[in-house]
Design a protein around this ligand. Structure first.
Ligand code: SF4
Length: 327
């Protein structure tokens, strides 16, 4: 049974350190903002195994908007309050009850030039798109993986998904003046014939395209019988579609003005042993979240009770995302 944890300002749970909520600074001018780990779909290739059919996730997190904005503001200051982009992703942002306030708050932070959001648009409505435009949303990255109705439904494994409705919302988004980037995941063997159709649709309505490569992730869902292709093959196929549709499809962070910028300091090194206080259940079974010096540390193979102090050996620390095990 999935439990849901709300993270308010006084939760004593920092918003840096955990992959599934808070803010991730990967050393560029783009910050990933994760208000919610909730998703209402069940995509067959979901890299994080989210949604009602998840087999591995046992906790959902929901961060209060004012708390998230406190952190965003602080990190923006650390980065010099200039040329910043805030990208709301993870879970399905439209499940977040304070989405409009969040977008508005992020856009008002000094130095923030772009606020974007990644969505499958399943829960979006026209009036919400209007509101998002009003409060300053710059771009919607729409995950759309097939135009064929049956296949589209099969991919999200949700009976009520109606791809034609999503296409209406895509066209509506363009009309409001919000940039639209259609970002299908190309899963060779599953939606090969759909990608050209999506390219044509994007061209027709004036959306940009960001075709993504399917990767099999350790704890993600993997469609049966499908293996990821190499990057070489992926780019050759993109080039083929570029020639066919007379369109540039190989895009890089530079196309979005994403560049390196100083990163929040890494506080704990791999192999280091630290004492953390357990503050919340982890995202997966037998995981807990510990806290030390303003960072969350996911402790694997841990059943320690909340408020207990445990010794942890740091296994991973990339981008301030800490994973440790009981030392
Ligand atoms: S891929 Fe995105 S929309 Fe699909 S289940 Fe995962 S988080 Fe939800």
């Amino acid at each position: 049974m999935m439990q849901r944890i709300r993270i308010p300002r006084d939760a004593d749970l920092p918003l840096i350190g955990c992959i599934c909520f808070g803010i991730i600074d990967r050393g560029t001018n783009l910050l990933q903002v994760k208000p919610s780990s909730i998703c209402c779909l069940n995509c067959v290739f979901c890299s994080t195994d989210l949604g009602p059919n998840s087999r591995t996730r046992v906790t959902e997190y929901l961060v209060d908007c004012d708390y998230l904005l406190d952190y965003a503001e602080e990190i923006a200051k650390f980065k010099g309050n200039r040329d910043l982009q805030m990208h709301i992703d993870f879970g399905e942002p439209t499940t977040y009850p304070e989405l409009i306030d969040l977008v508005q708050g992020l856009k008002e932070i000094k130095g923030v030039e772009v606020v974007s959001m990644e969505t499958k648009a399943f829960l979006l409505k026209e009036n919400q798109i209007d509101e998002l435009k009003e409060v300053g949303l710059t771009r919607i990255n729409l995950s759309l993986d097939a135009l064929d109705e049956d296949l589209a439904r099969k991919i999200v494994a949700t009976k009520t998904y109606d791809v034609n409705r999503i296409l209406e919302l895509a066209e509506y988004t363009i009309k409001t003046g919000i940039d639209l980037l259609i970002a299908p995941v190309w899963v060779p063997g599953l939606n090969d014939e759909e990608i050209p159709k999506i390219i044509e649709f994007a061209k027709k309505i004036g959306a940009k395209l960001g075709i993504q490569k399917y990767e099999a992730h350790k704890f993600g869902r993997k469609p049966k019988g499908i293996k990821p292709i190499t990057w070489w093959k992926f780019y050759r196929k993109l080039e083929e579609w570029e020639r066919k549709f007379d369109l540039r499809l190989k895009i890089t962070p530079k196309d979005f003005n994403i560049h390196r910028m100083r990163m929040l300091p890494i506080l704990f090194q791999k192999g280091e042993k630290i004492s953390v206080e357990i503050r919340a259940p982890g995202w997966m079974k037998n995981e807990m979240i510990g806290v030390k010096d303003g960072r969350c540390i996911t402790v694997v193979n841990c059943k320690a009770e909340i408020n207990l102090r445990v010794k942890v050996k740091i296994l991973e620390n990339k981008h301030n995302l800490y994973i440790g095990k009981m030392a």
